[in-house]
Design a protein around this ligand. Structure first.
Ligand code: FE2
Length: 274
């Protein structure tokens, strides 16, 4: 699995994530970017980052709530119940603010279809809410949701940082055929998913529109890239196509038509540096 930490372009979020994993206070680590970059490259322990969160990046995009949200879901991190059918799935990650610092106490309210593509509209099966921990982390234990007509595979979620507006959005799975035909699908919301002994482990980091003190300025390797290159919105790209953007070369991973907001650094599910 490729990830940007192997490319030499190290984002503020990558550094923060590594800091969190290492149990180091973020501001101290921000001043040590090069050392952490080398650590990550050597250890290959950091998952791919989706979406990227560096200075100036946009928050996680909103999505339609759809017809099946219900308030008052139970407080629980596992949606599994006795006899639950389906492929086991964990979704884990962090919630960041605009300066890419983790936010604790963020409400995440998940709801999804069962393995047959049905929502429970009378009870609360496959519905639950939780809060990010002191490190801004969350972890959901559930199953891979089934497909239902008209949509690709997805998980719904509402997020709310303390005292802030609600973000309603959805998470998607890579390599789903219906991703290409679902008009709601947005590759910026693709999780990183891997097989784990018959189960699936997914990762996704949210960025909320929450102002934050950015803290110490990272070193030059973590600053924004120059714009420009051969990538262009409106172009139909096929897997294997090559473009340049922001001074880096990228290879297309999935066929799609480029759109503003889907620039190669923002959609690692569609483009990898290479
Ligand atoms: Fe849905």
């Amino acid at each position: 699995m490729d990830n940007e930490t192997t490319t030499g372009h190290v984002t503020r979020k990558a550094v923060l994530r590594a800091a969190i994993a290492a149990g180091i206070a973020a501001p101290a680590v921000l001043m040590g970017v090069p050392a952490l970059a080398r650590t990550l490259t050597a250890g290959d322990t950091a998952p791919a980052l989706t979406p990227e969160c560096d200075d100036g990046d946009d928050p996680t995009p909103p999505q339609t709530e759809g017809p099946y949200f219900k308030p008052n879901s139970p407080l629980r991190t596992s949606l599994l119940e006795a006899g639950t059918a389906g492929v086991r799935l964990t979704v884990s990650g962090y919630v960041f603010g605009l300066a890419c610092r983790p936010i604790s106490g963020v409400l995440l309210d998940f709801w999804q279809a069962d393995t047959n593509g049905a929502y429970d509209n009378t009870g609360f099966r496959f519905r639950g809410h939780q809060f990010t921990d002191a490190q801004g982390a969350f972890r959901l234990t559930t199953i891979v949701p089934g497909l239902y007509p008209g949509r690709t595979r997805h998980i719904h979620v509402k997020l709310q940082a303390p005292g802030r507006p609600v973000l309603t959005t959805q998470l998607y799975f890579p390599n789903e055929p219906r991703n290409n035909t679902d008009s709601i699908f947005d590759p910026r919301l693709l999780m990183t998913v891997r097989d784990a002994g018959g189960a699936r482990e997914a990762a996704f980091d949210f960025v909320l529109n929450v102002p934050q003190n950015p803290g110490p300025t990272p070193t030059a390797t973590a600053t924004t890239q120059p714009p420009g290159g051969s990538w262009a919105a409106g172009t139909a790209y096929r897997a294997g196509d090559r473009v340049t953007y922001g001074g880096l070369a990228y290879v297309c991973l999935q066929a799609h038509t480029g759109q503003t907001g889907w620039e190669p650094p923002h959609v690692p599910a569609l483009w990898r540096v290479g």
